[in-house]
Ligand binder design. Structure first.
Ligand code: NDP
Length: 301
């Protein structure tokens, strides 16, 4: 029987462990979150980040410039936050409006306050194994594996997806943990064959239930990073079948969240798997809090 990797439980453990560390600091850690415009999904994410800060007794500051802000104006906001001593972490919520030069904005964040781990300096630090803030979602996956006692060294890990925020750093963290790592993407010639070789399969694609039993080696650990919202009944029926519990959930709520893996196949074939929602998702904010506390610890010594 496959074991569920419960992200909410691990998130709560991580947050609980941060409390005494926060209490030891000479001042509360401060996180600034910049939310440009009013994308509803981004507002939800930022709301959860601010709420979690408050629950931990950390200071958060939400800046909400309008969607027509220029790159230069946004750079000025970032520079001001870089200069403020009581701000330990700066997060600019993605995606930014199309007219804004995202890379210039991310590059402007001081690497020591870059709690997302996206600054090129920190990407380089990750690559050469130096301590630095790690991208939150992949480092959350590593915590899930570590706390479940799942061995990584010597295992074959296959990561599907090569984005800068999930796939690439995920592959790098698994490599540092001594896995043999294969990274797949949209041009991979035989995706199912690559995935079938995985002892640890990570889906970070953004395509609902794309990885099915054809991609899964029985007994593998299956980590589903994908978060896809299905809001058409026919899509839910096509993927899961009439009469399935996903269709029943859709009929009740009008949409369902689905990962990149077919959850029935993952539950049947894996040794351990992460449900969507409730698997990897909760870890992202927990690791953001870890990065912010660590930035504060480094800056307050
Ligand atoms: P991106 O769109 O940036 O990257 C998707 C990757 O999947 C790309 O590398 C792409 O390949 C690859 N891909 C797309 N189609 C295929 C295919 N048919 N076969 C093989 N590979 C394919 O997405 P993100 O990395 O930002 O996010 C991935 C998923 O993770 C999304 O569902 C997102 O919502 C979720 N996510 C969840 C988080 C959480 O907190 N749990 C946080 C961040 C993201 P190529 O490079 O060739 O185009």
């Amino acid at each position: 029987m496959a074991q569920i990797l419960d992200g909410k439980r691990v998130r709560d453990e991580i947050l609980e462990e941060l409390k005494p560390r926060i209490a030891q600091l000479s001042r509360k850690p401060g996180l600034a979150v910049v939310l440009v415009g009013n994308d509803p999904a981004s507002e939800v994410y930022v709301g959860s980040k601010v709420k979690t800060c408050a629950e931990l007794g950390m200071v958060s500051e939400k800046l909400t410039p309008s969607a027509d802000i220029s790159t230069d104006e946004l750079l000025a906001i970032v520079q001001e936050l870089n200069a403020r001593p009581e701000i330990d972490g700066i997060l600019v919520q993605m995606p930014l409006p199309k007219h804004v030069d995202t890379q210039r904005v991310l590059d402007a964040i001081s690497p020591e306050k870059d709690v997302d781990g996206f600054h090129p300096t920190n990407v380089g630090n990750l690559s050469i194994g130096r301590p630095s803030p790690r991208p939150c979602t992949p480092s959350g996956v590593m915590e899930l594996l570590r706390r479940a006692g799942i061995p990584v060294a010597g295992k074959h890990a296959v990561v599907v997806g090569r984005s800068d925020i999930v796939g690439k750093p995920m592959a790098m963290l698994l490599l540092h943990a001594h896995a043999t790592v294969t990274v797949c993407h949209s041009r991979t010639a035989d995706l199912a064959a690559e995935c079938q070789r995985a002892d640890i399969l990570v889906g970070a694609i953004g395509r609902p239930a794309m990885l099915t039993r054809a991609h899964m080696k029985p007994g593998a650990v299956m980590i589903d990073v994908g978060i896809n919202r299905l809001d058409k009944r026919e899509d839910v029926v096509r993927i899961f079948g009439e009469g399935s519990d996903k269709v029943a959930a859709f009929d009740k709520r009008g949409s369902v969240l689905v990962g990149d893996m077919h959850p029935y196949d993952a539950a049947e074939l894996s040794s351990h798997w992460t449900p969507v929602p409730g698997g990897v998702g909760p870890l992202t904010i927990a690791m953001l809090m870890v990065n912010t506390v660590e930035a504060a610890e480094r800056r307050q010594v």
